[in-house]
Design a protein around this ligand. Structure first.
Ligand SMILES: *Cc1c(COP(=O)(O)O)cnc(C)c1O
Length: 371
């Protein structure tokens, strides 16, 4: 092979495989061991595992940093926040992933941190909140509004002020943007979503290229104990192998559905940075390679119609979560933890790999049956 650096589409297929030896498997075996004979670098099941390492190698190669996997996305985020000294000030999105907002509000209610919730799409609002913050926690595109934060500007401003930056890269995936290369300290994934891709496991990851921070996060995993299972790690790596083809189909389906719904008489607004008409399209295009496979839309008729629509689909599952091969939709405000700034009728769609005309005809029949 030439010296050419592998493209991400090849890394997802080839990274994290066992060494090449006669009769060695192409895939890593599932290691089910809590303890090991003495004298090796792992020693005990909470300290390390071949299946974690294989998956970490692959995610690390994609994000450009050393990686740790955790039992869930929230467990990964909790490890980050467990490092903050009591009373630290955090600037975070006011309408990020609702589980993260709940975690931050609980930490604040317990007197552990102070949170400044900001609109991450409003660059000046974020910059104004930075003085005195010790961590800027970003998410872009945001959930469920699909807003775009100006990551290059925000990351470099925070870093030049000496503020730590973490980016939840779940929606974009490592194929569409790599915040470490923009200067972020930590990139986080809910591996549950696009990376594993089949709605069957929960896992999370953190990547960093700061060796001291890596060690502290690894200690947080060891001693807070939010470790991933071997089988889950094996499944996540198996899922990752097809990330680029899943995403390619998901993104082309998303753009087509977003376009068709933009022209639908019952729809008042479609949010997807991949639409040329989207207010964030140019900003997104300036640093993202693709726009992901999640979009949202609002209905002229409000929440009741949105609930009726979501429960009238057949091929599309009425369910929460995202990033799997199957298309899901839900009205986000059905969750009490969802931000009040999210419109009542907003439906978030995670677009899978089905045939586009099958998806569209399911949406059309759902409108007919709901109306
Ligand atoms: C799902 C999700 C999380 C939380 O991850 P879990 O794996 O469910 O713990 C965090 N951030 C975003 C953007 C998510 O979509």
């Amino acid at each position: 092979m030439s010296d050419r650096e592998l493209s991400p589409e090849s890394i997802v297929v080839s990274s994290g495989r066992p060494p090449i030896e006669s009769d060695a498997g192409l895939n890593i075996d599932i290691s089910m061991n809590a303890t090991r004979h003495a004298g090796g670098p792992i020693g005990y099941g909470r300290y390390g595992n071949e299946n974690w390492t294989a998956l970490e190698t692959a995610i690390g190669a994609l994000e450009g940093g050393r990686t740790l996997v955790f039992s869930s996305g929230i467990a990964a985020i909790s490890a980050v926040y467990s490092l903050l000294p009591i009373g630290s000030v955090v600037t975070a999105s006011h309408q990020g992933y609702s589980g993260v907002m709940t975690l931050l509000k609980n930490l604040e209610a317990n007197g552990r941190i102070e949170v400044r919730f900001v609109d991450v799409a409003n660059t000046n609002e974020v910059l104004d909140s930075l003085p005195g913050s010790s961590l800027l926690w970003l998410e872009s595109p945001t959930n469920p509004m699909l807003d775009i934060a100006d990551l290059p500007t925000l990351i470099s401003s925070a870093k030049s002020a000496g503020i730590g930056v973490g980016v939840d890269n779940t929606f974009a995936t490592p194929l569409n943007q790599n915040p470490l290369s923009m200067g972020a300290d930590i990139v986080m994934h809910s591996v549950t979503k696009f990376i594993s891709g089949h709605s069957d496991i929960l896992m999370g990851s953190l990547s960093t290229n700061d060796p001291a921070l890596f060690t502290r996060l690894e200690d947080a995993r060891k001693f807070n104990g939010a470790i991933a299972g071997s089988f889950e790690s094996w499944l996540a790596l198996r899922g990752l192998r097809t990330l680029s083809v899943r995403l390619e189909r998901g993104e082309s389906n998303t753009l087509e559905l977003a376009k068709r719904l933009s022209a639908h008489p019952a729809v008042s607004r479609v949010r997807y940075p991949g639409l040329v008409s989207d207010p964030h399209h140019n900003l997104a295009k300036s640093f993202m390679k693709g726009f992901g496979a999640v979009f949202s839309f609002e209905l002229k008729d409000g929440a009741k119609m949105a609930d009726a629509l979501c429960s009238s689909s057949v091929l599309i599952s009425h369910a929460t979560s995202l990033g799997g091969v199957e298309t899901l939709w839900e009205r986000r405000r059905r969750w009490s933890g969802e931000s009040a700034s999210v419109p009542e009728s907003l439906i978030r769609v995670s677009v899978g790999c089905e045939n586009i005309e099958d998806l569209w005809s399911d949406i059309e029949q759902a409108f007919k049956n709901a109306g």
